[in-house]
Design a protein around this ligand. Structure first.
Ligand SMILES: [Zn+2]
Length: 160
């Protein structure tokens, strides 16, 4: 899924967040968010600042303050990275992976099914607002099913 879809989703989340907090949406804030979701790699305050300044002159403090706000709004994650310092990364995902877990061999299989998120998104949960979802389906994988069937046939043949 493209960066533009993620940016659109991030804009929607930011809009909700600043409304909730009674903040203003400034062109600078929009520019920082757009940069976060188009730069395509993890970044530092300084590397993002340089990236934005090609488009719009903003101060380093503006970049820093907005990244802190985005962090609180769940739009970026941050982690210390040795000599580089604090590293940030865009974290809004528009495509969700679900998992199937084989209860026999414990192997995990990833799968995509957008209809699950659509279905769950329509439901109302008490005192909880769903922002994303990941479903785990338990069962038996095809390899284990084949193995079990072989064992069953063996047992059957012994009895005869
Ligand atoms: Zn299995």
């Amino acid at each position: 899924m493209g960066e533009n879809t993620r940016l659109a989703e991030a804009r929607r989340i930011l809009q909700e967040y600043i409304k909730l907090k009674g903040l203003r949406n400034t062109p600078e804030r929009q520019a920082v968010l757009t940069a976060v979701y188009t730069v395509g790699t993890p970044f530092t305050i300084d590397s993002l600042w340089e990236y934005i300044c090609d488009e719009l002159p903003v101060t380093r403090v503006t970049v820093y303050n907005n990244l802190e706000l985005f962090f609180n709004a769940g739009l970026v994650i941050k982690r210390p990275n040795g000599s580089i310092g604090m590293e940030y990364e865009a974290c809004v995902q528009t495509q969700t992976h679900h998992n199937m877990c084989c209860t026999v061999c414990r192997q995990l299989f990833e799968f995509k099914d957008p209809s699950i998120a659509t279905f769950l998104g329509q439901k109302k949960y008490r005192k909880f607002k769903m922002t994303n979802c990941s479903v785990m389906i338990y069962g038996i994988c095809s390899k284990c099913q084949a193995k079990i069937n072989r064992e069953k046939r063996k047992q059957k043949n012994k009895k005869q």
